[in-house]
Design a protein around this ligand. Structure first.
Ligand SMILES: NC(=O)C1=CN([C@@H]2O[C@H](COP(=O)(O)OP(=O)(O)OC[C@H]3O[C@@H](n4cnc5c(N)ncnc54)[C@H](OP(=O)(O)O)[C@@H]3O)[C@@H](O)[C@H]2O)C=CC1
Ligand SMILES: Cc1cn([C@H]2C[C@H](O)[C@@H](COP(=O)(O)OP(=O)(O)O[C@H]3O[C@@H](C)C(=O)[C@@H](O)[C@H]3O)O2)c(=O)[nH]c1=O
Length: 298
């Protein structure tokens, strides 16, 4: 099996380089690409040419414009990277008979209600990032039936930028931390996503009927405040000197951001678990592993 990976240096892309390697021949491109092969999602013609040249069996796209607040001020760039480029990849894949694996987000939902979102629930993104990701999904579905659209939430990894690392940095610098306690979801490790992806690719290669949209998130639920408190307690236990004594819970209305975020980001993963025969671990298990890695604890 030949796999072409885009976004190889992001949180998920980096872990995919590990998990996809045993499946066959893996060509991993970041934004810089390789001589004659573009990996830049603003270079739509170059991307299509890369797919035509490499002729992979599977394309895995981990590249995205993930700066949620920034996307409010640069919606065209977010649209090119999150909507147009995935559409171009899907069309290029269709031309050569390849399948495409792509990631999407809890931010395609409007955050209403309090039950976990199912794949077929109505979408209603509240911000530019979510709107562009939703359009990326639609373009892939329209161009290529053989796809896996994996919607996930609150991704973290030892490598890269994420909320847990921001909290550790702020807690070292500031005495007072305020964090939203009315947005609910599950932090999901890039390691877990990468492992699930490899498993799902093998399953799709054996059975085209497994193509479709799936929710992938760690089990359980917390808030950003619960997540931050968990991370800082672990850091204290690991002997880290933190200025912030505790994390103050605040409602979303008291913490203004450029982009509006959903209150309910919970994802129902029953379809993924049943289709692929997988179990998803509780969110704290993966967070503990990341913290051990970045805090240097045994
Ligand atoms: N992070 C999260 O919390 C969540 C992420 N997702 C989705 O999961 C996927 C992976 O996200 P994650 O790994 O966390 O994101 P990261 O931000 O860690 O990685 C995104 C990658 O995309 C690359 N990229 C940005 N612009 C371009 C461009 N013009 N051309 C090529 N590559 C580009 C970045 O490169 P560089 O660093 O050089 O800019 C980076 O390597 C994305 O589809 C994302 O939407 C879904 C839910 C939650
Ligand atoms: C830094 C900070 C953030 N917050 C809030 C703002 C926001 O509601 C929440 C998370 O903030 P962040 O900006 O770190 O996370 P955000 O960029 O919104 O994370 C999202 O990224 C995209 C890519 C996704 O697809 C989503 O699943 C989700 O992971 O925490 C605080 O309450 N206090 C703080 O000090």
């Amino acid at each position: 099996m030949k796999i072409l990976l885009f976004g190889a240096n992001g949180q998920v892309g980096w872990e995919l380089q590990r998990s996809l390697a045993p499946l066959g021949e893996l060509l991993a491109l970041d934004v810089a690409g390789q001589p004659g092969l573009s990996g830049d999602f603003t270079d739509l013609e170059g991307l299509a040419a890369t797919v035509a040249t490499v002729r992979p069996d599977f394309i895995v796209n981990a590249a995205a414009h993930t700066a949620v607040d920034k996307a409010e001020n640069e919606p065209e760039l977010a649209h090119t990277i999150n909507a147009e480029a995935p559409g171009v990849l899907a069309q290029a894949a269709a031309r050569i008979g390849a399948a495409l694996v792509h990631y999407s987000t809890d931010y395609v939902f409007d955050g209403s209600g309090n039950r976990p979102w199912r794949e077929d629930d109505a979408t209603g993104p509240l911000n530019a990032y979510g709107r562009t990701k939703l359009e990326g999904e639609a373009r892939i579905r329209a161009a290529l039936p053989r796809h896996l659209l994996l919607r996930t939430s609150w991704v973290y990894a030892a490598r890269g930028s994420n909320f847990a690392k921001t909290m550790l940095k702020l807690a070292r610098e500031r005495e007072r931390l305020t964090v939203i306690d009315d947005q609910f979801g599950a932090p999901t490790g890039a390691e877990l996503l990468a492992d699930v992806t490899a498993h799902a690719i093998r399953a799709l290669a054996a059975d085209a009927g497994k193509a479709g949209t799936y929710h992938v998130a760690a089990a359980g639920v917390t808030t950003w405040h619960g997540y931050a408190s968990y991370v800082l307690q672990a850091a204290r236990q690991a002997g880290q000197a933190l200025k912030a004594e505790h994390v103050e819970p605040v409602p979303s209305s008291a913490f203004k951001t450029a982009a509006t975020r959903p209150h309910n980001s919970r994802l129902d993963t029953a379809r993924l678990r049943a289709t692929f025969g997988l179990a998803l671990p509780p969110w704290g298990a993966g967070v503990n592993r990341m913290l051990q890695e970045i805090l240097g604890t045994p």
